[in-house]
Design a protein around this ligand. Structure first.
Ligand SMILES: C[S@@+](CC[C@H](N)C(=O)[O-])C[C@H]1O[C@@H](n2cnc3c(N)ncnc32)[C@H](O)[C@@H]1O
Length: 393
């Protein structure tokens, strides 16, 4: 019977002896920072000990490029604990196959040497795509299993960490990963990386065996230590850099109508750091309300226009925003019933209102133009706008 191993447990146990490769971290970080926008957010999936994240921070500082949130996620608590010990590194526990982030939350998503440990590489790639914004970049470093250092694990007990680690490594096809990215519309560039995977170093494998601590592991460790590194066949990594289709380099003309003190340049400043609804025009105009100021905006797909209305005269106001609807089990008189979840948003200045309304309408644009969906999803748009409000600020 084959053992069912949980990568999170195995990597948590391995975390104390996991070895970083600073050269590799620096090389990947250069690529990530080069592709990130100023204020852009970066996610490292399967971040391990967080050394790639640390290098990204250092590289951005060296280039004088200000980044937004830089965060790592890993299935193994032990790895997350190690990563969190690094100054300036934020990491959390989570599964790459169900990332706890909304769509398009990041400018650059990086995953180094993770694919060979996940159950479903296609779903993994689709998740990375989902959380990357249009025009953003996905960097995937792949390490091939075949031709690697062979370790004979026969005779090692079940609790041997070396045995578990070796059993976790799976094969996958570089062509399949590329195909999934291309099916999603990405433009993919392939690079033969200079890095050698850490576990192709017999000394590293010996270290895992010693850490396992069983007598059988000690024997394997001694054998591995006498193995000359040159004899261990070491494949190079492959780095895929995928450009997500979308509007990063596109344009979005802005028009302001009858709003004293407002110009297109000012609206552009207010919207800076937010994703662009390329191909659409943004019109900002007054809302002549009767009694109280309120929100008003719409996205016209035929006219390719997003219109945002600013109450005139502007007075600070609050607006309840529904961000979730839960269907209740019992219908009433044959009609479905919902429980609504609300958040009260207060708009003190027109800037905040314009950002919020733009994000809401942008998500309509995204669902229609990028996802090809026809129906309006008001709560999804509100949820997106609420979550993205602080972006790029
Ligand atoms: C070989 S290590 C690579 C760590 C780091 N990215 C690097 O380049 O050194 C693989 C990492 O992927 C993590 N991992 C494996 N499956 C995962 C999953 N489903 N979700 C998130 N992380 C996962 C492991 O916990 C481990 O830290």
């Amino acid at each position: 019977m084959t053992e069912r191993l949980y990568a999170g447990d195995v990597f948590s146990d391995l975390a104390p002896v996991w070895k970083d490769d600073p050269d590799r971290g620096a090389r990947i970080a250069r690529r990530v920072v080069r592709n990130a926008r100023v204020g852009g957010r970066v996610l490292d999936v399967g971040c391990g000990t967080g050394f790639v994240l640390k290098n990204i921070r250092a590289e951005a500082a060296a280039r004088g490029k200000r980044l937004g949130k830089v965060v790592g996620i890993d299935l193994a608590d032990g790895m997350v604990d190690r990563a969190s010990l690094r100054r300036g590194v934020r990491a959390l526990t989570g599964d790459a196959l169900a990332l706890p982030f909304i769509d398009q939350a990041f400018d650059v998503v990086v995953a180094t040497d993770v694919v060979r440990f996940v159950d479903d590489p296609e779903r993994f790639v689709r998740e990375l795509f989902r959380v990357t914004m249009p025009g953003g970049t996905i960097v995937i470093e792949l390490v091939a299993r075949k031709n690697g250092t062979r370790v004979r694990t026969r005779g090692l007990p079940r609790e041997s960490l070396l045995r578990q680690f070796v059993a976790l490594r799976r094969s996958y096809g570089v062509a399949d990963v590329t195909k999934t990215l291309e099916e999603l519309g990405c433009e993919v560039a392939e690079w033969l990386g200079r890095s050698r995977p850490v576990d192709h170093d017999p000394e590293f494998l010996a270290r895992i065996a010693r850490w396992s601590g069983t007598p059988q592991d000690q024997t394997v460790a001694r054998r591995l230590r006498t193995m000359h590194p040159a004899r261990a066949r070491s494949p190079r990594s492959m780095v895929l850099v995928a450009r997500v289709p979308g509007p990063r380099t596109g344009s979005m003309p802005i028009r302001v109508r009858d709003l004293p003190g407002w110009t297109p340049a000012r609206v552009e400043r207010v919207l800076s750091g937010l994703p662009m609804a390329t191909g659409y025009e943004v019109v900002v105009k007054p809302l002549r309300y009767k009694k109280h100021p309120h929100v008003a905006a719409y996205c016209e797909f035929n006219a390719k226009r997003i219109t945002i209305q600013v109450p005139v005269p502007f007075r600070a106001f609050s607006e309840p925003v529904p961000y979730r609807a839960k269907r209740l089990r019992k219908p009433r008189r044959g009609k479905m019933r919902f429980r609504w979840y609300w958040r009260m948003l207060r708009f003190e200045r027109p800037d905040e209102l314009i950002r919020y309304l733009y994000l809401h309408e942008y998500y309509h644009w995204y669902l229609r133009e990028i996802r090809g969906k026809r129906s309006a999803a008001e709560t999804a748009c509100d949820r997106f706008a609420l979550q993205q409000l602080g972006r790029g600020r």
